[in-house]
Write a protein that binds this ligand. Structure first.
Ligand SMILES: [Zn+2]
Length: 249
């Protein structure tokens, strides 16, 4: 399976939806909490697991510690997206990719230039909101406040714009993302796995016949994809975008 063949399939598709997986942000240098050694480091540093720290329950009972963790381990990792996301944006610009769905929190698809993005779990930049008056605060305000960031007017803690474990996801947004998947004739799983929660959630709605899977190494479920490319997303997507440019000439 090579880049040219994948590019040709995308070129011949009429509605491509991309599920952008965790490996795409890991390749860009984000230290994923799901990474085993990071999880262990976090647990020894804070005495709680990442799952406990990032939960609605922890937020409501230990908000100072929550913000210490959120600031140090999440907000301080914020950076700009790399070339895999720029390639996605270019493919959207070309009209090949119609929508991108992500559960990562760093807003990489939009920051790279993708427009039709479904950030299912929110992101660190948007909707950092005062629960009382509804005012939104920029990420920098949360990052640079030494303790718990409070609304300047109401003096109550600002809730970050990400969905914590145990909180309701945005059902409206999830429904719209599912509708995008049901329209797709090709589904592109980039830096993702067939057995990931996100893939399992959306494959149910997919009615097309081409599932393209891109990630490095082998994983459970790879054979369920119609096309599997064993490559890093930041290698594969720019190469595929280049092939698409050539095909469209
Ligand atoms: Zn307020």
């Amino acid at each position: 399976m090579d880049f040219e063949k994948i590019a040709r399939i995308l070129h011949e598709s009429s509605y491509v939806v991309c599920l952008s997986g965790r490996e795409m942000i890991v390749e860009d240098g984000i230290d994923s909490m799901r990474n085993m050694s990071t999880a262990y480091e976090i647990e020894s540093k804070y005495d709680y697991s990442p799952e406990e720290l990032f939960s609605a329950q922890f937020y409501s009972t230990r908000i100072e510690k929550f913000y210490e963790f959120y600031r140090n381990e999440v907000l301080n990792q914020a950076k700009e997206p790399g070339k895999s996301f720029r390639a996605l944006a270019e493919m959207e610009e070309m009209g090949v990719i119609k929508a991108t769905i992500s559960r990562q929190l760093f807003d990489f698809p939009k920051r790279a230039g993708c427009r039709n993005v479904y950030d299912l779990h929110g992101n660190i930049y948007e909707k950092n909101r005062c629960p009382r008056c509804g005012r939104d605060y920029p990420m920098e305000y949360l990052r640079d406040t030494p303790k718990v960031p409070l609304c300047e007017k109401c003096r109550v803690p600002i809730h970050p714009g990400v969905t914590l474990l145990g909180e309701m996801v945005d059902i409206g947004l999830t429904t719209k993302a599912a509708a995008e998947v049901s329209k797709a004739d090709t589904l592109l799983l980039a830096g993702a796995y067939m057995r990931s929660e996100m893939a399992q959630q959306f494959l149910k709605y997919y009615k097309g016949s081409r599932v393209i899977l891109i990630h490095q190494g082998s994983a459970h479920g790879d054979r369920e994809a119609d096309y599997f490319l064993d490559a890093r997303a930041d290698v594969a997507l720019p190469a595929i975008a280049a092939e698409l440019r050539r095909l469209r000439k």
